[in-house]
Design a protein around this ligand. Sequence first.
Ligand code: PHE
Length: 368
Amino acid sequence: MSGPNTNYDPVQVSALDEASVFDMRDAALAAINAAIDLAGLKEVRSSHVGDRSPLALANREIGALPPQARKDAGSRVGRARAAVAQAFEARQAVLEDEAQERMLLEERVDVTLPWDRHPMGARHPITMLSEKIADVFVGMGWEIAEGPLVEAEWLNFDALNLGPDHPARTMQDTFWVDPPEDHLVLRTHTSPVQARTMLTRKPPIYVACPGRVFRTDEYDATHSPVFHQVEGLVIDKGISMAHLRGALDHMLQALFGEGMRTRFRPSYFPFTEPSAEMDMVCFICHGSGQQDEGECRTCRGEGWIELGGCGIVNPRVLIACGVDPEVYSGFAFGFGIDRLLMFRHGVADMRDIFEGDIRFATPFGVEL
Ligand code: PHE
């Protein structure tokens, strides 16, 4: 407990003499004026204005003074504190105004900026390539035909010389649609559109059929249970393999440029006879298999890229679809669009085509 200090010696309590109080006040005022922002001013508050500031501490000592000295020191310290508080408030007002103005300037919204910044989306590269291919055929005077994805078993297989016991049925691993007695499949190729076309129109027929097809394949970097094909069908008088070759070479030149050609390798398809696998010459190395002193990366040194199957339409298919094989002959081909896109644009992983990520589609350009 401390009572009034009766042995007070004013010289010892130097913190309360006039010069000391003025010093404290001036130091506080100088610090206040030196603060250049609100954060700086906050520091000045704790060191010069708040409860722990020299003037506040001096104020606490006033009570210990004898009455007269207490009055003098009280008014001295009081005036100094008032001056400091006032200066503080004035400085705070100025700095707040400045901060406000800076904020208005820095956070200004330019309402004249272009507003149309929403991502535009992109057409899928498979759609664009299918349409490009279709355009080439339309340019040759062909028509485009489409068919359903859920297809009658008869059109997907039987009409194409693939009867129920035909061993080649297992060439295409099929998704069957329940119930089995409906005999529906997810079409395993675009060839049923051939059958549909022959059944619904009279020759001459020149059609290209792009579309989605399904097989119970693994989903990995080079396979997908859903993929895309283009089928071509020509039925006319006197059609031969030479016409087939010419149509394919023309299409590839339109897509990849001059010098593109095809190569046929003997093969088997129930719906064509003779049948061939068609390869296209690699559009990077043009058949040499070499690139930059090494193996061509696009065709892996093969010089050729596998495209699909083709052949002369089997007379049994013509008969099943109501076309007289004594009068007409035709060719058909079918190839994968996904693989073509992968080669054409260096797509390493087939899954990118199917996952719908806009970042995959956008670099192909938005063509309308
Ligand atoms: N439909 C065959 C397939 O998907 C390709 C093909 C079409 C072959 C037309 C010959 C003629 O494998």
